[in-house]
Design a protein around this ligand. Sequence first.
Ligand code: SAM
Length: 272
Amino acid sequence: MRVEVYIFNAVKGLILKVPVIRNLFVKIESYIFDIFKIFDLRRYIGRSSKNTNEQNEKLILNFKKFYERNYSDDKIDAIIKYSEERIRSAWRGHHYFALWLVKELQPLTIVDLGVDRGFSTFIFGAQNIGKVYGIDWFKKYSFLGETIDDYIPTMRNKRKMEKKFRITNITIIKSKFSEVAKKWNKNIDILHIDGAHSYKDANEDYQTWRKFLNENSVILFHDTNIYEGVIRFFGELDLPKYNFTHSFGLGVVSKNKELISKIKEIWDIRPQ
Ligand SMILES: C[S@@+](CC[C@H](N)C(=O)[O-])C[C@H]1O[C@@H](n2cnc3c(N)ncnc32)[C@H](O)[C@@H]1O
């Protein structure tokens, strides 16, 4: 065995076998991962989304101005600011519409499939309307090849949101989506699908959860402007729908035609 391989294996063994060192390592790696993710997302917005970075920022600014003109309130503004500054997420930019949707529908139950660090989940819960269930298995792969439990930083964010803004309607469930669905027994008014992004995954999540929806429920798909699988699946759905193209895309689907028309009427804002 070459000496560098021997040293690498010895260090890896030490990190993995001693719990204190392992936990410290995971913590450091998690922070490094967050920093890289922020840079990566910035790069990604320009390169891979069908919008350029500049188009994207213009659209977000438009929604921001529109929201602030019509619906602004100090507590919500503070929650938006706090989440934008502290939680990295490709979802940034969809919060204005999501806040409006929750106010408009007055849902009893919202299910967020894909929590990560909680950005979308906290925005759904920000107005304390109904109950929000964020589901995620919180699995991530370390560069040592180990599965890392990514639950702790999200729960830390949740506690901060609860304490600072009195958001009390959020439950985080650590599990595989399909496992939770097996025992699920509530009607869902808003279902947000933002897990893995292949055609197969989008289809599976939709088929698994659609039985809990009613005639007025809204399904949101994130990434309808970036991942081919999600774009195709959303495109094939034969239901009233609307697609936001900014922040990687947010597809909105509902059997309620009037609601989709209303969304188009209010939210189809072009940058000036
Ligand atoms: C794109 S992230 C969600 C982003 C989040 N909505 C936000 O606002 O930043 C997708 C998440 O889905 C989770 N995920 C993917 N497939 C899953 C599955 N089958 N069951 C549970 N969690 C899953 C991943 O662990 C990951 O954290």
